[in-house]
Design a protein around this ligand. Structure first.
Ligand SMILES: Nc1nc2c(ncn2[C@@H]2O[C@H](COP(=O)(O)OP(=O)(O)OP(=O)(O)O)[C@@H](O)[C@H]2O)c(=O)[nH]1
Ligand SMILES: [Mg+2]
Length: 620
């Protein structure tokens, strides 16, 4: 948001916690501080002689921030409601040329919905005063006014009065009075109002007679830059009355011309509320006399409201009695509070987002599980079981990304890899293990009746497996799984090897085939984000047993549904897609009336893969 702030206020805003209000002795100037460094006003850059500082002022909603945004190309917070938007003085820089940076100073307007006029004047005074103390002079001031304003009254009038006072006569020659929002009025109407502004002495007339120029802003970049150019085209710099009075004459804010103007406004306001309070109190006395309790209660509320208003005006008047040092310290407190407020709002916002995200996740999980489940049910109905009277049938399934290879006793189906080349002679393809995609193709390892073959890139994508194959040989390789991030599991006739996280390695150790009573791993699925499924069988015990264990890390929801419901599943083959958190193929054995049968379920994000796998399964 802000590029630079006035020196000490800036550092307090970002570094030090605000001092609690009660700790601040009222109306007492704190110890004098060092003047802020010029770098504080230049985003830490060293001052350069050509750099220009231009203040942009005007009533709330006149288009100050929009103007600065158009000029600097920076994201400036722009208001789109009736609420005042710019709360503190902000500085935005843009490079006019390699040796000239223009600093545009965005200011809050008087009659701010959230801040008192005293706070606005103090805010502007702190910036102007501190920069002047650091020998930074303004090249000029751009004062914006909406041409859509029918009359010069209310906040527009008050703003103008305050502006004239804080600016002072000497600086007026470097002031451009700019009308905005021309796109919202007819040319005739706009021209009429413009003439009225220029020719009425108490509006712009007097300022124009002292050298201020009048321009129209077309609400586009070139128009904005042209106005800036007009002010930096020469080396004249200005010192406003507010700067002279605060710094050179060391006056308190209420002694400056702008402060005096505001003080008289506050006094008028105080008198107005005091008069009304007096009237209400009169009416209350009358209501008490008449024993009209209802009226008395209603009047009490109005009285309290007026009392608060008067107290506020009094506080605002007191707050004007500060000199420059106290103003800075007061501003630090204000900024501290503002920062705390923003911080609290941000925290509340983050907490809200987190809560909503959790709810969305739960809903999305539920929906996708339900969807996948209904999809699976639908597909499952179309799938024929594979009956088997004796012995066992060999299936090999593997998927990675969009690739799949499925091998059954009667057909091999795949969309990439060795399954595409029909085995010749006595050489038979037994299984294919697909892994990480490399370029356009997946990495693969294929087991044939007479040995093992692998893709070129296996040694790059799975270097530890390559080493293990060199150590254990390829002749007795029974099964293998290629997971994401170089993870793998490989089992030979009497040994095994893996590259998996320690916790999974410990689980695998339980099923070490070398252990006498150990179970034997039938198949391992290694998936996305460390998800795994291990199916095992123990044929050595009194009762042959089988089972599986899994950790799906909150992924593969449809598979989790199946595994959590069918605790006794006799898994014979599984593959988890290592490249996404949903896809899998699962084959298991079931008891049938005559012997047993094999069943399969497949889920893939790719509809074609599901169709292909189902066709493969039903091929008899
Ligand atoms: N149509 C039109 N809208 C404009 C123009 N200039 C500004 N606006 C709009 O007027 C509204 C107020 O503009 P801001 O730039 O936030 O005004 P501001 O002077 O910075 O206001 P505060 O920060 O509250 O003091 C925004 O909705 C702008 O998009 C203009 O020339 N034409
Ligand atoms: Mg603004």
């Amino acid at each position: 948001m802000a590029l630079v702030h006035a020196g000490p206020a800036h550092s307090q805003f970002y570094d030090a916690p605000a001092m609690p209000e009660s700790d601040q002795p009222e109306n007492v100037a704190p110890a004098a501080r060092e003047p802020p460094e010029p770098e504080d006003f230049r985003g830490g850059r060293a001052p350069r002689p050509n750099d220009a500082f231009i203040a942009v002022m005007g009533v709330t909603g006149s288009g100050k921030s929009s103007f600065i945004s158009l000029c600097s190309g920076k994201a400036v917070r722009i208001g789109h409601t009736l609420e005042a938007c710019t709360a503190i003085v902000d500085v935005y820089a843009y490079d006019m040329s390699p040796d000239q940076t223009v600093y545009l100073i965005d200011t809050p307007g008087f009659d701010d919905t959230n801040k008192s006029d005293t706070e606005v004047l103090s805010e502007i005074a702190v910036w102007l005063g501190s920069s002047y103390k650091s020998k930074i002079l303004l090249s000029g001031i751009i004062y914006l006014h909406r041409i859509t304003d029918v009359r010069m009254q209310g906040s527009a009038k008050k703003n103008l009065l305050m502006f004239k006072q804080l600016c002072g006569q000497d600086a007026l020659k470097q002031v451009i009075l700019v009308t905005t929002m021309w796109d919202k009025v007819s040319q005739e109407e706009g021209k009429r109002r413009e003439d009225e502004l220029i020719h009425t002495s108490e509006f712009w007339g007097w300022m124009v007679s002292k050298g201020s120029s009048v321009r129209r802003h077309g609400h586009n970049e070139s128009s904005a830059k042209e106005l800036v150019h007009q002010l930096i085209g020469h080396s004249n710099c200005i010192t406003t009355d507010l700067q002279k009075q605060l710094i050179d004459e060391n006056l308190t804010l209420d002694q400056t011309s702008a402060g005096r103007e505001l003080k008289s406004e506050l006094l008028k306001e105080q008198e107005k509320w005091a008069k009304r309070l007096h009237e209400v109190e009169e009416q209350m006395r009358e209501a008490i006399k008449q024993r009209d309790q209802e009226a008395e209660e209603a009047l009490k509320e109005v009285r309290d409201e007026y009392t608060v208003k008067i107290q506020r005006v009094e506080q605002d008047t007191v707050a004007l009695r500060f000199n420059m040092e106290s103003l800075i310290s007061q501003r630090d407190i204000r900024l501290g509070k503002l920062q705390q407020k923003m911080y609290d709002e941000q925290n509340a916002h983050t907490a809200q987002i987190k809560e909503m995200k959790e709810k969305v996740d739960i809903l999305a999980n539920r929906l996708s599980t339900e969807y996948m489940h209904s999809e699976l049910e639908h597909h499952h109905k179309k799938l024929k079981p594979w009956p088997c009277r004796k012995g066992k049938l060999a299936f090999s399934i593997s998927m990675a990304g969009v690739y799949y290879t499925c091998i059954s006793p009667v057909i091999t189906r795949c969309n990439e890899g060795p399954g595409q080349t029909p085995a010749s002679g006595s050489k038979q393809l037994r299984s294919v293990f697909l892994g990480k995609k490399c370029g356009e193709s997946p990495t693969w390892l294929a087991r044939y009746s007479d040995g093992v073959e692998m893709s070129e890139n296996l040694k790059v994508e799975y270097p530890r497996l390559q080493e293990a194959l060199a150590t254990h040989g390829v002749d007795h390789l029974k099964t293998c799984t290629l997971g994401p991030n170089q993870t793998y599991y490989a089992r030979w006739k009497s040994s095994w090897s893996s590259n998996v996280p320690d916790n999974l390695k410990n689980t695998l150790k339980i099923y070490d085939p070398k252990k006498r009573d150990g179970a034997r791993i039938v198949t391992v699925g290694l998936g996305y984000d460390g998800a795994y499924v291990i199916a095992y069988r123990n044929s050595r015990g009194v009762k042959p047993s089988h089972g599986f264990t899994y950790g799906l890390k909150g992924h593969y929801q449809a598979l989790r549904e199946i595994l959590s419901k069918k605790k006794n599943l006799k898994i014979v083959a599984i593959t988890l897609n290592p490249e996404n958190a949903t896809d899998f193929i699962l084959i298991w054995e079931e008891k049938a009336t005559k012997g047993k049968s094999y069943r399969m379920q497949c889920y893939s994000q790719y509809e074609t893969v599901i169709k292909e796998v189902e066709t493969w399964w039903n091929w008899r």
